[in-house]
Design a protein. Structure first.
Length: 169
């Protein structure tokens, strides 16, 4: 999909160079890139039950245990880049500080979620840009509450991918 012209995944700054909120996590994985890619794409909500609970509490519904995490995110997001064996970049828009994204005239936030593998490390980075100052303040309050849970779910997805990849290696 989107690459650097040489077949590789473009840097995240190409997709979202300006942002106010972010988090990044990484894990070392002893497996080939193709195995890591398949492992990440295969991680299910059953392997990360906390995500199922948080989505239920958030009012988004409760995904089936055998549904893949990336599949569920992809249905709500726009794929900006997808380079098998290297990574995937997804974009979501909404009023994340409201239940189910809310309605109204507030400008929505834009989030970019990146998973990529290289140098034996699987990383995930989430960046959020909120253009409007009033909405940014609302998102900042939301982020203070949700960030620890967001971080934990990302870490759990990375660990599940590691388990899957290293078993198949």
């Amino acid at each position: 999909m989107a690459d650097d012209g040489a077949g590789g995944l473009r840097p995240l700054d190409d997709f979202m160079p300006a942002y106010e909120f972010s988090e990044r996590h990484a894990i070392t994985i002893g497996a080939e890139a193709g195995d890591v890619d398949l492992a990440l794409r295969g991680v299910t909500f059953g392997e990360v039950p906390l995500m199922r609970l948080l989505l239920l509490v958030r009012g988004v519904g409760r995904p089936a245990p055998d549904e893949t995490v990336l599949g569920a995110i992809s249905r709500r997001a726009r794929t900006l880049a997808d380079v098998p064996g290297e990574g995937i970049v997804l974009a979501l828009g909404g009023r994340f500080w409201r239940v189910r994204g809310g309605h109204g005239d507030e400008p929505p936030a834009t989030a970019v979620i990146d998973f990529r593998f290289g140098g034996g490390r699987l990383t995930t980075e989430t960046r959020v840009h909120v253009d409007d100052p009033a909405s940014r303040r609302r998102f900042a309050r939301y982020w203070r509450v949700i960030r620890p849970f967001s971080a934990l779910t990302r870490i759990l997805v990375l660990r599940a991918a590691k388990r899957r990849a290293e078993v198949s290696a």
